[in-house]
Design a protein around this ligand. Sequence first.
Ligand code: ATR
Length: 282
Amino acid sequence: MQINGQTKIVGIIGDPVKHSRSPQMHNAAFNHLKLNLVYVPFHVKPESLGEAIKGMKALDMVGLNVTVPHKIEVMKYLDEISPAAGIIGAVNTIYVKDNRLIGDNTDGYGFVRALVEDEGITIAGKTIVVLGSGGSARAIGHALLQERIRMLIFCNRTISKANEMARSFETQTQGAFVASMGITDNRAEIIRADILINATSVGMKQNDPLLIDPAWIRKGQVVCDIIYSPPQTLLLQKAKKRGAKTINGLGMLVHQGALSFEIWTGCPAPVEIMRKAILDAD
Ligand code: ATR
């Protein structure tokens, strides 16, 4: 990487940020396409968020990724919010256009692209169960509803959040049936689902429990986890034993990054280079 007088900056803000693999992923892509950009991590504390965002224009930055805990709070410092980020209520990508800071969200579309492009899965017409009703579930739900799915069911430990999620999508279901329920009473829905998605953080830690009984999973189903570390959560291990097709969160991570890359550069992202950079970063 050759940094010179014309190099521009892209980065990621988070607290913490040191575990992020986005710098390796994006710098590999910039190098591959010989773009004069560099991607750096910025550890920004919540009390400095406004100042950090203001600095983007002053430093003539190309853009930023935004991660925990800033994805919601950052919205108040931006000049414009994309329709997707507005519906999701969170921003993971900021870009600058005509000296205006615009917030977008590529998480859900990244998930869909990973399923469609990496795995060749057809989403239209499918019945999909999402475990969780936090920010990740909302981004994924929104993206799935753009794909002419048949049915979307949010299952959550705190049922009021699942209900609220389903209600918030009421006017934008694109013809799909959207429902909500608790996480323990969904046996029939899971058996019937074409695709099951874990959009909670459960499975990240070694002794995390299973949120569903794996006996409900059947051959021919697609079971996805947004978690990529460990690469095979207990849910995916059990689902694989039951004969389901399993997909971890690596593809979502790569494709949300690829979509951000495309927003910033206008170039098609070198997806395989980005995926390899993440795997090599282990
Ligand atoms: P994110 O933005 O990554 O989605 P979040 O908004 O904090 O994170 O959401 C976390 C999700 O994981 C929620 O759906 C949460 O359920 P609650 O709404 O009931 O808190 C779910 N979750 C986290 N830990 C859980 C656990 N031990 N059992 C069941 N669900 C859990």
